[in-house]
Design a protein around this ligand. Structure first.
Ligand SMILES: Nc1ncnc2c1ncn2[C@@H]1O[C@H](COP(=O)(O)OP(=O)(O)OP(=O)(O)O)[C@@H](O)[C@H]1O
Ligand SMILES: [Mg+2]
Length: 249
């Protein structure tokens, strides 16, 4: 279970998140939507204790305190972030990174035969050319290719808590389907907890059920079941806050 309470995050004297609270139980999917600049990506970076941010409040995963913990140790706990803008690393291949990460996670040497077999299987699931396994991480890849390439690590490392920050942005229609089906398969196989950040409802149809939160000005202003996505699509963020608060009167 991920539990965030009273989270305040600042960068360069700007308060980005204030009084942010969220609990994601094992196997639950939570979707965060909200205007550009609301602080959605900052949530993921705060969970990973990014050094650019001053973090106050509590973030725990399965009772481990994440505030002050290194990103390496946070990864070891089974947390995975697919960044909105995946970084390019020239000189290190996907296979090298994943093999080292797996070895660090398990503390055991990797059986190269099993490793290559699984890499091939995952490439088939996410429809990534097998040549990508030996390409430098995200280097000289198109925006959509980078998103699929990040999924290679996700499937290989088998995290229990996944954050997807706009995985759907930059994907063509066919790629969105492949990615949606792959994530749906991952969810069915491993039942991870998920935090999905998106501006578009198309990806969400691949998931059976989820809770939705609207983030604005650094905190959640409205939450609901999956029907909230359609309401947002029809009438925008503000209208749904007003209509929901009126319902509670
Ligand atoms: N390191 C930083 N230093 C200063 N300001 C920052 C920093 N990181 C983020 N911000 C600011 O915090 C606000 C929230 O940024 P964030 O990237 O979390 O927004 P977002 O909700 O993910 O937006 P989008 O939908 O466009 O991806 C923005 O105004 C941004 O300029
Ligand atoms: Mg963002």
């Amino acid at each position: 279970m991920l539990k965030i309470t009273n989270l305040n995050v600042q960068a360069s004297d700007k308060t980005i998140l204030n009084d942010f609270n969220l609990t994601i139980n094992d196997g639950e999917i939570h979707v965060i939507m909200g205007p550009n600049g609301a602080g959605k990506s900052t949530i993921c970076k705060a969970i990973f204790n990014h050094p650019d941010y001053t973090i106050n409040g509590n973030i725990t995963y399965n009772n481990h305190n994440l505030v002050g913990t290194t990103p390496t140790d946070i990864s070891r706990l089974g947390i995975f972030l697919l960044n909105q803008n995946p970084i390019e690393i020239e000189g290190i291949t996907n296979a090298e990174l994943i093999r080292n990460a797996l070895s660090a996670k398990t503390g055991k040497p990797i059986d190269i035969f099993e490793f290559n077999k699984k890499l091939n299987e995952v490439c088939d699931i996410i429809k990534l050319p097998k040549s990508f396994v030996h390409r430098d991480i995200n280097f000289n890849m198109s925006g959509g290719e980078k998103k699929k390439n990040e999924l290679l690590s996700l499937f290989m490392l088998e995290p229990s808590f996944i954050m997807l920050d706009e995985i759907d942005s930059g994907l063509d229609i066919d790629a969105l389907k492949v990615v949606g089906q792959a994530l749906s398969k991952y969810y069915a196989m491993y039942k991870p907890s998920m935090l999905i950040i998106t501006h578009h409802p198309d990806l969400l149809k691949y998931f059976p059920d989820y809770q939705v939160h609207i983030l604005k000005d650094g905190h959640i202003i409205s939450s609901g079941d999956k029907s909230l996505v359609n309401k947002i699509e029809t009438s925008g963020f503000e209208a749904n806050v007003i209509s929901r608060s009126k319902q509670n009167e």
